[in-house]
Design a protein around this ligand. Structure first.
Ligand code: FAD
Length: 426
């Protein structure tokens, strides 16, 4: 009997413990991916394109034998098991709120073993705990315990050791990138890793690894990256630890995908001006660094981390809109959109999350722009109306034809934000 390898957030064949587990059960396997409308429905085009590219790359790795089926996993997986007389279904565990429920339902619907091996994390969420068994609520002690816990070395897996059953792929033709490109991009970044701590906050430079989407879809496992880091790469290791921390937080508190982690923030007053929200989504707020970021998101499905913090702060503290409005827009467009990192990145900015930034720290979008895009190159790249303004003057445009005047007065809105926080404090 073949086994089934059901791929989800693990679109790769290297360092894939579930693949190894399947190969140990049976020399032949059906490689399956289910196009689930619950997940695809709200996704924007860049996100869907990225997924298809990864699937095509995975299909290449399986010799053109990845079976792609549209439907509800709870119906599709048992049907494929029956069709091929499979003896077991193998997955990398999905730790997100939807994935956990979906997998429990699929497991209950199956008459064969449903085997979870590995997860998208170096340490599976829920494993790192305080001495009293409680989860960590603050990053730094989590990170220390996470490092102490440690993780296994990358698994040596090879798709060609499995006899993949030819089930007809069902994938439309098109571009293909995924695992191979992730590894090439990582090779390239390794030459710049020593400069990461210096350059990572500069959106005008190519200072970060751009691994986020590959990690999101599992084209590469974080273990593979961690294994390449040296003693002096602690800043990069910490960023991967943030990803693991937020997954851990969401695993313990799944309701924080929607609700404030810190309940006190349930009492904060929000505005609801959809015109201002649209201006933010379209990158037409009249604040150049905010507009550049929002337009990068729409054009590329990605945004630099520093700019994510700036635009998020602007939505919450200058426009006084609920963080989940912004989080939803991000999830729709980010190719690396990940529920744990996104919702908790937003909650961090809003002050309602773990490690709450002090509530009185309100980013000034103009001085943030001047500081982190010092020559204005990032803004000019994404805001063509401002291309004729040289140097950092681009952060303070005035009376530029075709470019909006600021939609709010920052100093005034900053005070409004502070007053609203003061009202819920304590
Ligand atoms: P690098 O700087 O090269 O970092 C390496 C890796 O570490 C990243 O690929 C990512 O996996 C992880 N990482 C880095 N910073 C963070 C962080 N703050 N939180 C969690 N993981 C981190 N990241 C996502 O992967 N998906 C999201 O949906 C997402 N939404 C965000 C929303 C907001 C409001 C904010 C402030 C941050 C968000 N981040 C998210 C975190 C961060 O912005 C991205 O991971 C990063 O910009 C990706 O680029 P990179 O791969 O070049 O990062």
């Amino acid at each position: 009997d073949p086994s089934i390898v059901w791929f989800r957030r693990d679109l790769r064949t290297g360092d894939h413990p579930a693949l190894l587990a399947a190969a140990e059960r049976s020399p032949s396997a059906v490689g399956l991916f289910v196009l689930d409308d619950v997940l695809l429905g709200p996704a924007g085009k860049p996100r869907v394109d990225f997924l298809y590219n990864c699937l095509r790359n995975l299909n290449d790795q399986l010799g053109g034998r990845l079976m792609v089926v549209r439907g509800k996993p709870v119906e599709v997986v048992p049907r494929v098991v029956a069709e091929f007389g499979a003896g077991s279904v193998h997955v990398s565990a999905d730790m997100g709120p939807y994935g956990r429920e979906r997998d429990a339902a699929v497991e209950a619907a199956l008459e064969v073993d449903f085997v979870r091996t590995g997860s998208p994390y170096a340490v599976a969420p829920g494993r790192v705990r305080k001495a009293d068994g409680e989860p960590y609520k603050v990053f730094t002690p989590f990170k220390r315990a996470w490092l102490d816990h440690g993780w296994r070395a990358p698994a040596d897996t090879d798709a060609s050791t499995v006899d993949w059953v030819d089930a007809g792929t069902g994938l439309p033709a098109g571009d293909s990138h995924g695992e191979r490109d992730a590894l090439l991009a990582w090779e390239d970044f390794r030459d710049r890793l020593d400069d990461y701590a210096r350059d990572r906050d500069r959106p005008d430079l190519d200072g970060t690894s751009r691994m986020s989407a590959y990690l999101r879809w599992g084209c590469v496992h974080p273990r593979t990256l961690l294994a390449d880091l040296g003693e002096n790469h602690d800043v990069y290791r910490s960023e991967l630890a943030w990803r693991e921390f937020y997954a851990d937080v969401l695993w313990h508190r799944p309701e924080t995908a929607r609700a404030n982690y810190d309940k006190k923030f349930d009492r904060i007053t929000h505005d609801n001006d959809t015109g201002l929200f649209d201006a933010w989504c379209q990158g037409k707020t009249g604040f150049p660094i905010v507009d550049a970021g929002m337009r990068q998101l729409l054009a590329e499905g990605w945004m630099h981390n520093r700019v994510r913090m700036i635009v998020a702060s602007f939505l919450v503290k200058d426009l006084h809109l609920p963080w989940w409005w912004g989080a939803r827009h991000f999830m729709r467009h980010l190719i690396d959109g990940d529920l744990a990192s996104n919702q908790h990145g937003w909650q961090w900015t809003a002050g309602s999350g773990t490690d709450a930034a002090p509530y009185f720290r309100v980013f000034n979008p103009t001085s943030q722009g001047e500081k982190f895009d010092p020559n204005g190159d990032y803004v000019r790249r994404y805001v063509p109306e401002l291309r004729d303004i040289p140097g950092k003057a681009v952060h303070k445009p005035s009376g530029v034809k075709g470019y909006p005047e600021p939609v709010v007065d920052h100093a005034q809105e900053r005070q409004v934000a502070l007053d609203r926080y003061a009202a819920i404090k304590g």
